[in-house]
Design a protein around this ligand. Structure first.
Ligand SMILES: Cc1cc2c(cc1C)[n+](S(=O)(=O)[O-])c1c(=O)[nH]c(=O)nc-1n2C[C@H](O)[C@H](O)[C@H](O)COP(=O)(O)O
Length: 491
């Protein structure tokens, strides 16, 4: 069969006759247009053209193989005949390129927040918008980190801390430090290689990686990138089509995943307005003219229409029947549900508000942890379930506070995304090493030789529950201040 040419494909550039090119192959997506979760508009932008650049960060490479009927696969295209319009570099893009030239050396990043500061300046707006975005006024986002500032240490002295060991086990598997790389979608928005960059660093530092359902990389690509003995977990958004969910779970178990983390705080993805705004700018003025399309909901909404809002406690036995992997509920936000999780026989919970990206004014995980552990101890349940927390963990002191309160380990999201987006794998390696250095110093200074010695008596957490005032809502002034000119809003 002779190769298709760019001219052949270009003829099919209408809504009722739409071909696109992805990774050098042509596809007839005419009938698929109305079903596309991201709306038809974003595909029609590439009708008759090469859509690879837009497709790549949002979709795992095997998406078309899996979801587009074989009859619509038109075969390979002679890419030398395809004219790709090099997006004329916008002034903003030129400005961004300049900032990349001037960015600090990796060695000048001394903590996880440094990576955030650099990433904000050098990432594409859409990627920054998606990663940094949180729900509504982003108050829970800020509360996640500032809650740790209401907890103070009560260090022990004159303890021989020449040797400190912060290794631990999570779900029965050993790891070098009590943090894991949590599930964050669309890794290729920040780095061309996506989640496999995190995989390589996690292996290097003997840290567990949670593989997101909504990864840009294919699941098998991420597992294949793992090193010998590396531990990976699967994060699951439950699909309305339970047969798809069963297939994903059993495949993950077959590939060696050591934990199933069912996300329970997202029956619908939150309103992340920075992310939504990016889609507006991408779509240009006609969308702002009110014909909002699906993509005006931002990447998050566009990629998550499959998530099943009917998921309930009644489903837990079914999950326990289809897998032997330990089951952890990710996104639990009050002690009553932790007790229910124990009764349901799951192996763990992640106390989490999804990095502030879901319910605004959800409490920080560390506050829920401080509410939970005394109740579990009182009922003799503390050893029946492993408690993890995530959200706003930026320092080893945050990790130490969580462990003193009773957490088994903590999940970290954005910092590793920012480190990856700004500096690639070297960035993630440095971020993990910085945390290890901070952890070693922190253990010594509070007088703990191993994680088993960390306990609530090492903290003064009395201030944790009094929210004198929510973290200053600086965002609102920036976003809604009519004097701020529109382009600055998106900075
Ligand atoms: C930053 C980020 C977080 C996401 C995330 C994507 C990004 C960019 N995505 S999301 O698009 O759907 O919201 C996921 C996800 O795929 N699944 C999930 O369970 N949690 C998701 N989370 C939440 C994540 O697992 C942690 O709960 C959160 O990142 C912890 O907060 P920090 O970022 O402050 O560490």
């Amino acid at each position: 069969m002779s190769l298709l040419t760019g001219v052949d494909v270009a003829k099919h550039n209408k809504a009722d006759d739409c071909w696109v090119i992805v990774h050098g192959r042509a596809y007839n997506v005419t009938e698929f247009l109305p079903e596309h979760p991201g709306g038809s508009k974003i595909i029609l932008k590439y009708a008759g053209k090469d859509a690879t650049e837009e497709f790549e960060p949002i979709h795992p490479p095997d998406t078309l193989e899996k979801y587009l009927d074989k009859s619509k696969h038109l075969g390979p295209v002679d890419m030398t005949t395809v004219v790709t319009e090099k997006a004329e570099e916008s002034p903003e893009e030129r400005e961004r390129m300049k900032r990349i030239q001037e960015m600090p050396l990796l060695e000048q990043c001394y903590n996880l927040l440094d990576f955030e500061a650099v990433a904000r300046r050098v990432m594409k707006k859409t990627a920054w918008g998606y990663y940094s975005s949180a729900a509504d006024d982003e108050i829970t986002l800020r509360e996640n980190h500032s809650a740790f500032h209401r907890i103070w240490f009560r260090p022990r002295i004159l303890i021989d801390v020449e040797k400190v060991d912060f290794s631990t086990t999570m779900l029965g598997t050993p790891c070098s430090i009590p943090f894991y790389v949590t599930a964050t979608a669309l890794g290729k928005l920040g780095h061309a290689e996506g989640e496999v960059v995190l995989t390589r660093s996690a292996h290097q530092h003997n840290v567990i990686q949670m593989i997101p359902t909504l990864a840009s990389c294919a699941f098998d690509e991420i597992v294949d990138a793992a090193g010998p003995g590396q531990v990976q977990w699967l994060q699951l958004y439950v699909n309305k089509d339970r047969a798809i969910t069963q297939r994903i779970v059993q495949h993950a178990e077959k590939r060696g995943c050591k934990g199933l983390f069912i996300t329970v705080d997202a029956p619908q993805l939150g309103r992340r307005e920075k992310d939504m705004r990016m889609k507006f700018t991408d779509e240009g003025s006609n969308v702002q003219g009110g014909q909002a399309t699906d993509t005006s909901q931002g990447a998050a909404r566009a990629i998550s229409t499959f998530i099943d809002p009917s998921l309930s406690w009644a489903d837990i036995p079914w999950f326990q029947s289809i897998t032997k992997m330990p089951i952890v509920l990710k996104g639990v936000q009050r002690v009553e549900d932790v007790v229910k999780a124990v009764e349901a026989g799951v192996q763990g919970v992640v106390l989490s508000n999804h990095g502030g990206r879901q319910l605004e004014f959800a409490r920080s995980a560390v506050e829920v942890l401080a509410e939970t552990m005394p109740v579990l101890r009182e009922r003799g349940l503390e050893n029946k379930i492993e408690i993890y927390v995530d959200g706003g963990i930026r320092r080893a002191t945050d990790i130490l506070k969580a462990l003193c309160l009773g957490a088994k380990g903590v999940g970290i999201g954005r910092p590793f995304l920012y480190a990856m987006s700004a500096y690639g794998q070297d960035g993630v390696d440095r971020a993990m090493q910085l945390l290890k250095d901070e952890m070693e110093m922190g253990m010594r200074l509070i007088g703990a030789r191993n994680v088993g010695e960390l306990n609530p008596g090492m903290l003064d957490a009395r201030g944790l529950f009094n929210h004198a005032s929510p973290p200053s809502d600086s965002l609102a002034y920036a976003v809604y201040d009519p004097l701020v000119n529109p382009s600055q809003r998106l900075a």
